[in-house]
Ligand binder design. Structure first.
Ligand SMILES: [Zn+2]
Length: 300
């Protein structure tokens, strides 16, 4: 399959991926109902053989980062049902841990990570089953595992430092991670962001730093926080996804030449910026809170 198609699918899935908090709130609404109508464990296809391949893929990428080495639960959504499989401790297999009706009317192509309220709010990768037949399906699962890892390792504490997040919560805006009105249509901002990405691609640190400062002067503090947040959250997932792709000899997940400037631009910007920062300061690979600080406080 083409890289372009891959990216399109990834982007689509990300649009389905609302922030964690809205999901918690949303799922909580349904949790009592879900608990009452859980289906018998034998419903649905047996996805365990397909899920077990995750372990052999993780073995090949485990040294890149522990977020790629950690197996997380996977919820396969089929027949209007969440089939939640959890890794079995000490064994390289998954077991069916919970089933629940799908409250989201999930469509084919779903790839997300979310805490499942009907399952003690444990984070899970959520997919639809065609992913297992796709050439790069498993690296998308790894991408979502990075989000599970973020969720379990201080994501909320980092978010709470953001005025943008606190304001969104006051307004009960649970879709802010997807819908913040960033000035994508500001031509200067768009051009500067593209030029900054290009400078990072070319390894031109001086130019990249100058452009980052220029960008910061042109954005208000909430827009800057939003951009930095997306660069950290999606940039880390895309960065590790692409490192896994390199290892597995799969095409990198890169924007197409005619890609518009939108939220997904921050995936690539974050990927490049994180690579740039880690080259200078390799210890940031194991301190994602500090890494977020480097992104948030960049630009002088
Ligand atoms: Zn993601």
């Amino acid at each position: 399959m083409s890289v372009k198609r891959t990216i399109h699918r990834g982007e689509t899935s990300q649009k389905l991926l609302a922030g964690n908090l809205p999901r918690i709130r949303f799922v909580r609404l349904f949790s009592a109902l879900l608990a009452a109508v859980c289906l018998p464990a034998e419903s649905g296809e047996n996805y365990i053989p397909a899920l077990e391949k995750i372990f052999s893929i993780q073995e090949r990428v485990a040294d890149i980062h522990r977020a790629l080495a950690t197996p997380y639960p996977v919820a396969v959504v089929a027949d209007k049902t969440f089939f939640v499989y959890a890794p079995v401790a000490g064994e390289k297999t998954f077991g069916l841990a919970a089933t629940a009706p799908d409250p989201y009317h999930t469509q084919t192509g779903m790839r997300a990570a979310m805490p499942l309220a009907f399952w003690e709010n444990r984070a899970a990768c959520v997919v639809t089953p065609e992913i297992f037949a796709e050439e790069d399906g498993y690296v998308f699962i790894l991408h979502e595992f990075v989000h599970c890892y973020q969720w379990e390792n201080g994501e909320l504490a980092l978010k709470e430092k953001l005025r943008l997040f606190r304001q969104a919560m006051e307004k009960q805006d649970y879709m802010w991670e997807l819908q913040h009105p960033f000035p994508y249509d500001n031509a200067t901002v768009a051009r500067t962001y593209r030029d900054w990405c290009r400078a990072l691609e070319l390894g031109d640190a001086k130019k990249a730093e100058a452009l980052r400062s220029f960008l910061k002067k042109g954005l208000n503090s909430l827009d800057w926080e939003y951009m930095a947040w997306e660069e950290w959250k999606e940039g880390l997932a895309r960065f590790l996804e692409n490192r896994a792709r390199e290892r597995l000899r799969l095409p990198l997940n890169l924007p197409s030449a005619d890609a518009s400037f939108d939220r997904v631009s921050f995936y690539r910007g974050g990927d490049l910026f994180i690579a740039f920062l880690l080259k200078r300061e390799p210890a940031l690979a194991d301190d994602w809170a500090k890494l977020f600080g480097r992104i948030l406080y960049s630009g002088g």
